[in-house]
Design a protein around this ligand. Structure first.
Ligand SMILES: [Zn+2]
Length: 285
């Protein structure tokens, strides 16, 4: 199953189908509402059940004009992620196999675009080879936002909190394969990036313009469909939750008045949707 927009084909490449995070941790304010009828009505088993928010860990693969572009790189193999057991020291290669099933070998990837530099978005940037982290995609140009990179570079001076900057970002920079993008940069014809701050300081969204509709790869501007019903509630892991809410409302309001597709990183299959405005909140279809 893939999304076709003119000459652009979009495929989801999932590494972890279901990753559970306690609602009380992810959205503490929402957890306080859990007994209300409003939230009970949202007890969609694909979204949230038994106090757990269900997330999917997914990359997007774009094919256009014989180019192969990856949006985000999931968790990866052999990474030390002790705080998240299902991310820690993975060895299953499931994600690479799915890429292979789409006819893509690592050396075929032309561009790797990182919306932001969290561990569940940059993992496959690198692979472990003879004890060293090397780029998984040997022929690719890797792209991320300059603001985002500079933020994590400054953070890393006090220690690499999540580990992913050291094992999945710096090796790309050191290999000379990383290029930094500014707000408004063009990644290719019809592919433009926009700053979407809040979840992280320099997160970028990728906007793919088609003939009639567009697709917006929004990274973690939204984590869960719960945030369509409660657009002002940001996750506890957002860097600036107020700014994240502002960015989210702006994006959803724009999408609610269009036929454009939204492609977040963590929604369940197929992972894309369109947005309808419902007064003060939103729904997906
Ligand atoms: Zn994420």
């Amino acid at each position: 199953m893939f999304l076709q927009m003119g000459g652009l084909e979009i495929y989801g490449v999932t590494e972890i189908e279901r990753f559970d995070v306690p609602l009380s941790f992810m959205f503490p304010e929402l957890n306080d509402l859990v007994t209300s009828h409003e939230v009970a009505a949202l007890n969609d088993p694909a979204v949230c059940s038994n106090g757990q928010v269900h997330l999917t860990i997914r990359s997007w693969l774009l094919r256009m004009n014989n180019r192969v572009i990856l949006v985000d790189g999931c968790v990866g193999n052999h990474k030390n992620r002790k705080h998240w057991p299902s991310w820690h020291q993975r060895t299953d290669n499931v994600w690479l196999k799915k890429l292979g099933a789409l006819g893509v070998k690592p050396q075929d990837v032309d561009v790797v675009f990182c919306t932001h530099l969290h561990a569940d978005h940059v993992g496959w940037n690198t692979k472990l080879e003879n004890g060293h982290w090397v780029p998984t995609f040997s022929n690719a140009t890797y792209l991320t936002g300059r603001v985002e990179y500079e933020h994590w570079l400054a953070e890393s001076i006090d220690g690499d909190k999540h580990g992913s900057f050291g094992d999945s970002v710096m090796p790309i920079v050191e290999a000379g394969q990383m290029t930094f993008l500014e707000d408004g940069s063009d990644l290719a014809h019809g592919l433009n990036v926009k700053l979407a701050p809040g979840h992280t300081p320099g997160q970028l969204m990728l906007h793919a313009s088609g003939c009639e509709t567009s697709a917006i790869f929004c990274g973690d501007v939204l984590h869960s469909p719960l945030q369509l019903r409660f657009p002002d509630i940001s996750s506890a892991i957002c860097f600036d939750r107020q700014e994240a809410a502002k960015t989210r409302r702006k994006l959803l309001s724009r999408l609610g008045n269009s036929e454009d597709y939204l492609l977040p990183s963590h929604f369940s299959d197929p992972g894309w949707c369109k947005i309808a405005a419902e007064g003060d909140w939103f729904s997906m279809y």
